[in-house]
Design a protein around this ligand. Structure first.
Ligand code: SAH
Length: 276
């Protein structure tokens, strides 16, 4: 396990303390990306209903206008990467929550998604993805392959699909894995691969990853994630600190080391091992 240690006063993005531990990383990379056996891909169609009225119980909601307001709020909260803001403005968050919660879908709040789990508030999703990108991109303005731990309802996977070439998203609860599949089906995203399994062991067939993002917080970042990260890649994961509180941790992999930065306090559901 990669131990997470809070650096003194390490709450600021600008701090880049050296990672305290050196890991022995296997040199045999990369493993080929699995071409078959991944969940059936589908085709993309974001924003197809731009301006459409979503009317659960007869309450009108112009989803595009509401999303634009949400993006304005994200900007005011300090999200600056235009790619992240554009993606947040495109993905119809209301399609990922229960109908009774549709009117809260664009509020800055986390929401229940079933089985005791929650979808993070938009600000946290945007912040984590911005950290994951870290200003990096390929010629097409995208990050390479990304691994998401904790598919949940599939919302963040949909946002990531606009920003990464391939998204491998693992969920340990079968009920949510299936819910995400249902939620994502209408979006038809060929680059999203939903996997049912224990994300603590990562997903070696998609490695090495340009980014690994966790939506659940453990006591440490599993070593498998560090091993499956490409050199130049980043892990963004909520991690429980020695004081018992969760903080956002960023790990950057260089040719020589893993550099860890501990950022602001967060509140994520726990990272658990095994499937259920
Ligand atoms: N990104 C999600 C947020 C889901 S909440 C979304 O957009 O909806 C976090 C999820 O992580 C939960 O569904 C939980 O079941 C899952 N999780 C926790 N530990 C896990 C593990 N070891 N492997 C895979 N998923 C895990």
């Amino acid at each position: 396990m990669v131990a997470a240690v809070r650096e003194p006063g390490g709450q600021l993005m600008s701090r880049r303390p050296g990672f305290p531990a050196r890991l022995e990383l296997p040199s045999a990379r990369p493993a080929p990306v699995r071409k078959s056996g991944s969940p059936a891909p589908a085709r993309a169609s974001f924003g197809a209903d731009a301006g459409q009225r979503v009317t659960p119980g007869g309450v009108g909601l112009d989803s595009q206008a509401v999303r634009a307001r949400m993006v304005g709020k994200l900007t005011a909260q300090g999200i600056t990467d235009p790619r992240v803001l554009a993606a947040m403005g495109k993905v119809e968050r209301h399609r990922f929550v229960d109908s009774a919660l549709v009117n809260q879908a664009y509020e800055d709040t986390s929401l229940p998604i079933g089985l005791g789990q929650t979808i993070s508030k938009p600000n946290v999703v945007a912040r984590m993805i911005e950290l994951l990108l870290g200003g990096r991109n390929d010629a097409a303005g995208k990050l390479g392959r990304v691994l998401e731990i904790g598919t949940g309802c599939g919302y963040q996977a949909a946002v990531l699909s606009l920003l990464a070439t391939e998204v491998y998203s693992i969920e340990r609860l079968r009920g949510l894995h299936e819910k995400a599949r249902d939620n994502l089906r209408p979006f038809r995203l060929p680059n999203v691969h939903l996997l049912f399994g224990d994300g603590m062991v990562g997903y070696v067939k998609g490695a090495p990853y340009a980014g690994i993002i966790a939506a659940a917080g453990g006591n440490a970042v599993p070593q498998a994630w560090a091993e499956q990260l490409a050199v130049g890649g980043r892990i963004v994961a909520p991690t429980v600190m020695p004081n018992g509180e969760q903080a956002l941790v960023v790990i950057e992999k260089t040719a020589r080391e893993l550099k860890q930065t501990v950022l602001e306090a967060v509140h994520f559901v726990p990272l658990k091992s095994g499937i259920a």
